[in-house]
Design a protein around this ligand. Structure first.
Ligand SMILES: O=C(O)CCC(=O)C(=O)O
Ligand SMILES: [Fe+2]
Length: 303
């Protein structure tokens, strides 16, 4: 199975034919694999590199101190998975306010994150517009539920870890999961280890090797599956030992970073199927708001 790489600039251009072809190829890949890879999507190599520089910089000297300072808000450490993450929600969110490190500890952190958040939002919205087109839905069918952005920009940090520990203690960097939102945009560094379910070989995963820095992995998340009544199913993924080290006798896997935009529906939007996808067999999912659904699925705090 090979996940296609699409040139997303075809959708932003003026040619209706190019726009439609992009939309069709996008849907085709997401339907087949749950994933697609995008280039020329509007977020430049430099911008993505700047994000990774920002994220990496404190880890050399004081990442744990800095992350601890954030821990009342965005940072959590998963016990099953060996990773930590910092989540940023929409700016000026009164319901779940962002907690920022001080400008002295992490200069430009907030501005860079907030700018990146807006760029990722733009991309996520045109991807959904393209999917409306390819699925032949009335215009704005998805976008109408994306008006008050509730998405999150997540920085994942995976500390260096011994290969023996991962094998013997059955530790993953990220266990197999579906994301909860609508779609997810993902950028990874050069370490590797991201794997997606290989739908041609049930039960197995295939690696997504790091490529040019700005290459973006897009996956279908649970809300989209529900909106389409399973017409487009979500992409299962995990982070484990990089392909190049799978045969290694031992040693350490370097620390790894990823930047992930978890695109979420308006908190009060329903995550039930759109009427266009409800057949005589009925609707597979009931009405529940995106916020309630996320809270229920996570069983705990809103994420
Ligand atoms: O680090 C990665 O490449 C994947 C992270 C991920 O799947 C997530 O944060 O939901
Ligand atoms: Fe994920």
């Amino acid at each position: 199975m090979v996940v296609p790489v699409l040139d997303a600039s075809r959708f932003v251009g003026d040619s209706p034919t190019d726009r439609f072809k992009f939309a069709e190829e996008l849907l085709d890949s997401l339907q087949k694999h749950g994933f697609v890879r995008l280039r020329d999507h509007g977020i430049s190599d430099e911008t993505v590199e700047e994000m990774f520089r920002l994220v990496r910089q404190p880890s050399r000297t004081k990442i744990s101190a800095v992350y601890e300072k954030i821990s009342g808000g965005g940072l959590t450490t998963d016990s099953a998975d060996c990773k930590e993450h910092f989540d940023q929600g929409p700016a000026n969110d009164e319901q779940f306010p962002n907690k920022w490190p001080s400008e002295v500890d992490l200069p430009n952190f907030r501005t860079t994150m907030e700018n990146f958040y807006l760029l990722a939002e733009t991309v996520s919205l045109y991807i959904l517009e393209a999917l409306e087109m390819a699925l032949k839905l009335p215009q704005s069918s998805f976008l109408n539920m994306m008006v008050h952005n509730a998405s999150e920009l997540r920085l994942n940090h995976y500390p260096a870890i011994s290969i023996a520990d991962m094998r013997e203690k059955n530790i993953n960097r990220t266990s197999p999961h579906f994301d909860l939102g609508v779609i997810t945009l993902l950028f990874q560094d050069g370490i590797g280890g991201l794997e997606i379910q290989d739908r041609d070989r049930p039960g197995s995963f295939m690696p997504v090797e790091p490529s040019v820095q700005s290459e973006m992995m897009v996956n279908v998340a649970e809300t989209f599956l529900r909106w389409t009544n399973d017409v487009v199913s979500a992409g299962l993924h995990r982070v484990t030992i990089p392909e190049s080290l799978k045969e290694a006798d031992g040693g350490l896997i370097e620390e790894r970073f990823s930047v992930v935009y978890l695109c979420k529906a308006d908190r009060d939007a329903s995550v039930a199927p759109l009427k266009e996808f409800v057949t005589e067999k009925g609707s597979k999912y009931g009405h529940i708001s995106a916020l309630e659904y996320h809270q229920q699925r996570l069983g705990l705090a809103y994420q």
